[in-house]
Design a protein around this ligand. Structure first.
Ligand SMILES: *Cc1c(COP(=O)(O)O)cnc(C)c1O
Length: 409
């Protein structure tokens, strides 16, 4: 396939990437015109000079963009001759890439004249990023969160409240992410005139997979130009971790038309048995989840499988529809890294480079380290999607400080 016109062609007007995506037909009747309206408004607004220049200014002055590309010289040397580079999304304001699409969604809400933004959150990362955007734009913010998650994620709950968001507990069923999604959708149905639902990844009904990709595109666009300027050429390979698929699709799309190998890295957790991992592209089958068709981790009867990963941002049983499409095209490779490999990468980046990565991002780095050992030449550019401050207590409690973790030289 020729990727020079890819962004103009995909998704199509119905929101499809080949057979994947869409959503209109998977939505409750009342919501169809609402999503249609968001789609139309987005397609107009995103072309306007005012929107573009305001978003640029926000990225520069509020988020601290562009984030740098960094050459891991010590880590690379330990592994051989292949060079590892990082795109430092951990240095984006709030410490991860999620703010890129939350600021875009917040700005869109402002242009649409909405008063409130609502969303669900699992571990609280999306909730914190969205609460940040709401505070910036002076919008109300309702975050739905399972009661169990609220108890587990106290620091993020505190951050959301400090930023002025209402954290609303989902108290039915398992009281975790799925119930939070249900509760947020119900609330949206009741008040869609005044609010906009802000999805946390490149998933959900059209136009969200497209909008989130477009807002995250800046990651790969900057990284490509920065890498070219630093080295005079493109990397042989790039990698990013895949949960719902937002940081990865943003990193990958600007490279689609280049002679660069692309690797999406999924969490293998404790192993390949159902319930032990969240490697949707690797083990999933075609299905519909949360208003879109893609790969889904599900049983033969179509019920969704339990998922697990040490990185709570990656344990989602679906994946953005564009990923399923680009794999079918043979353009992107999907590989896995286990909990233990991620923890190994977490310690190594901390000790060799002075950068503590998020456990999510550690999966991408773990694959890059494997790639570097196997390839021996060239270079691989990894999207370091977030910083690991949120993970240090958990890692210290379960794995120590890395003192007796295996550091083979
Ligand atoms: C949420 C999160 C992810 C996973 O989400 P994607 O939509 O797949 O990018 C990855 N890294 C960090 C740091 C996160 O917070």
């Amino acid at each position: 396939m020729d990727y020079s016109t890819y962004l103009r062609k995909y998704p199509d007007l119905n929101g499809y990437f080949g057979p994947y995506g869409g959503g209109q037909e998977f939505l409750p009747e009342q919501l169809r015109p609402i999503f249609e309206e968001i789609d139309q408004a987005y397609r107009t607004i995103c072309q306007s000079a005012r929107f573009i220049s305001e978003l640029r200014r926000i990225r520069r002055e509020f988020q601290g963009r562009p984030t740098p590309v960094y050459h891991c010289e010590r880590l690379s040397q330990k592994l051989g001759a292949c060079q590892i580079y990082l795109k430092r999304e951990d240095l984006n304001h709030t410490g991860a890439h999620k703010l890129n699409h939350c600021m875009g969604e917040g700005l869109l809400a402002k242009y649409l004249g909405k008063k409130k933004i609502i969303a669900e959150t699992g571990a609280g990362q999306h909730g914190v990023a969205l609460a940040t955007a709401a505070a910036y734009f002076g919008l109300e913010c309702d975050i739905y969160m399972g009661e169990i998650d609220i108890a587990k994620q106290a620091p993020n709950v505190t951050r959301m409240k400090m930023l002025g968001a209402n954290v609303i507990p989902a108290t039915h069923g398992q009281r975790t992410l799925k119930e939070a999604v249900d509760a947020a959708f119900m609330a949206y149905l009741e008040d869609y005139k005044n609010c906009i639902y802000c999805i946390g990844s490149a998933v959900g009904p059209h136009p969200f997979p497209m909008m989130v990709r477009d807002f995250q595109y800046v990651v790969g666009e900057e990284a490509r130009a920065q890498f070219l300027e630093m080295t005079g050429h493109l990397p042989e390979a790039i990698a990013a971790c895949v949960g719902g698929g937002s940081n990865s699709i943003g990193m990958f799309t600007p490279f689609l038309n280049d002679p660069v190998d692309i690797y999406g890295v999924e969490p293998l957790g404790r192993g390949s048995k159902p319930g032990e991992h969240a490697a949707t592209m690797t083990y999933g089958t075609d299905g519909v989840l949360h208003g879109f068709r893609s790969k889904v981790l599900q049983k033969e009867d179509g019920s969704v499988d339990d998922v697990y990963s040490i990185a709570s941002g990656l344990d989602y049983p679906g994946v953005g529809p564009e990923h399923a499409f680009l794999r079918d095209q043979g353009r992107i490779n999907y590989v896995t890294a286990s909990d233990l490999e991620a923890v190994d990468a977490f310690f190594k980046l901390s000790r060799y480079e002075g950068i503590i990565p998020a456990l999510e991002s550690s999966h991408a780095l773990a694959y890059a380290m494997r790639y570097a050992k196997e390839h021996k030449v060239g270079s691989i550019l990894v999207n370091l999607s977030g910083r690991g401050d949120k993970d240090v207590d958990y890692v210290a409690e379960h794995y120590g400080y890395g003192d007796d973790f295996k550091f083979e030289d």
